[in-house]
Design a protein around this ligand. Structure first.
Ligand SMILES: O=P(O)(O)O[C@@H]1C[C@H](O)[C@@H](CO)O1
Ligand SMILES: Nc1nc2[nH]cnc2c(=O)[nH]1
Length: 304
C-alpha cells in the first residue's frame, strides 16, 4: 500500500499481519479481549489452557516499561469464554503516539474480537468516591484528543471505521447494566459507581488546580490511558466496557498532605485485584449468549 493510503504509521496490512501471526500460533478464537491496567494483570493468570506471547515477540507490539505492566498477551478460557488478555499496556507518556498505543485494538478487531473490556487505575475526583472503589465508565473527557492527540487523526481507512464517528455511545449501555447486575449479585454494589473518566497524557499526576479544574469540567476520575483504546475500539465496531479502579483520590485541597505516587496505585490495585477479577470474570461469563459472530449491533438486545 502506498504511504498516502496508510492509516498513518500503520497500514491495514500491518494490523492483518499481526492478527494472522497470532492466530497461526494459537487454536483459541476469542470474541472477548481484556486489557489489564496498572497492577491488575493477575486477571490474565486466571485464564485456563493459556497460550502466552511476550509483546517483544509480537510484530509491531511495543514493550511495556512501567511496573505493574508485565507485557504479555494471553489467550485462554475465562468463565468458559475464549478470551485474549493484555497483561499490561503501553502509554503515550512512554514516548509513543496514540496510534502506536492503540495498535492492539485494531489487531483484535481483525482477529474477530467483538467485545473489548478495558481496565485502568485512576485518581478519584468525585468526593463520594474512595480509594478501592470501581467506576464503570459511562462517558469520557479525552483531553489529549481535544488537543489533537486523537488516535483517529490521519487518513481514514474505511475498512476500519467511518471518518467521523459519533462517540455518544462509546461505552455500551447494555454491558454497563450487565456489569451493575453482576456487581449486585456479587454483593459489591456499594463499591461500584458509574462516572466520567478524564484522560491526561501524564506522566505527572495532577496539580491541585488541575484536579479542581477537571472536577469542575464534570470528570469523576482522571487517568493516563484507556480513552484512546476506547475510541479506536468503538470506531472499528467493538463493544466497549471500561472499568476504572480508583486507586487514590486526586489531591484537590492545598491543605492535604496526600501525595499521589505509583507505589500507592499498585498497592490499591493489589488490594482490589480479586474483587475486580471476580467482577470481570462474571461479566465475561455473561457474554457468550450474544457472541454468535453477528457483530456489534445485537448486543443490547441480547444482554438485556
Ligand atoms: O495503565 P493504567 O492507566 O492503569 O496506569 C495508570 C496510569 C499510569 O500508567 C499509572 C500511574 O500510577 O497508573
Ligand atoms: N492522571 C492520573 N492517573 C492516575 N493513575 C492512578 N492514579 C492516578 C491519578 O491520580 N491521576
Amino acid at each position: 500500500m502506498a504511504d498516502s493510503q496508510r492509516c498513518g504509521r500503520y497500514s491495514y496490512e500491518d494490523y492483518e499481519l499481526t492478527a494472522q501471526w497470532l492466530l497461526s500460533r494459537t487454536e483459541h478464537r476469542p470474541k472477548v479481549a481484556i486489557v489489564c491496567g496498572s497492577g491488575l494483570g493477575d486477571l490474565a493468570t486466571q485464564l485456563c489452557d493459556a497460550n502466552v506471547f511476550h509483546y517483544r515477540d509480537i510484530p509491531n507490539f511495543l514493550e511495556t516499561t512501567v511496573p505493574g505492566h508485565a507485557g504479555r498477551l494471553l489467550f485462554g478460557l475465562l468463565s468458559g469464554e475464549v478470551c485474549v488478555c493484555m497483561q499490561g499496556r503501553v502509554h503515550a507518556y512512554e514516548g509513543h503516539s496514540m496510534e502506536q498505543i492503540t495498535y492492539p485494538v485494531r489487531v483484535f478487531k481483525l482477529m474477530g474480537i467483538e467485545t473489548l473490556i478495558l481496565t485502568n487505575a485512576a485518581g478519584g475526583l468525585n468526593p463520594d468516591y474512595k480509594a478501592g472503589d470501581i467506576m464503570l465508565v459511562r462517558d469520557h473527557i479525552n483531553l489529549p484528543g481535544l488537543m489533537g492527540l486523537n488516535p483517529l487523526v490521519g487518513p481514514n481507512d474505511e475498512r476500519l471505521g467511518v471518518r467521523f464517528p459519533c462517540l455518544s455511545d462509546t461505552y455500551d449501555p447494555a454491558l454497563r447494566r450487565a456489569c451493575s447486575r453482576v456487581a449486585a449479585q456479587l454483593g459489591v454494589t456499594e463499591l461500584v459507581h458509574e462516572g466520567v473518566l478524564c484522560m491526561q497524557t501524564g506522566p505527572c499526576y495532577e496539580t491541585v488546580a488541575e484536579s479542581r479544574l477537571l472536577r469542575a469540567f464534570g470528570a469523576d476520575a482522571v487517568g493516563m490511558s484507556t480513552l484512546p483504546e476506547a475510541v479506536c475500539a468503538y470506531h472499528c465496531g467493538l463493544r466497549v466496557l471500561a472499568l476504572t479502579l480508583i486507586t487514590n483520590m486526586a489531591v484537590c485541597n492545598y491543605r492535604s498532605e496526600e501525595r499521589t505516587n505509583h507505589a500507592e496505585v499498585l498497592h490499591t490495585s493489589s488490594m482490589r485485584a480479586v474483587a475486580l477479577q471476580t467482577l470481570v470474570s462474571a461479566v465475561v461469563g455473561q457474554l457468550g449468549q450474544f457472541h454468535r459472530g453477528g457483530g456489534g449491533g445485537g448486543a443490547a438486545a441480547a444482554i438485556d
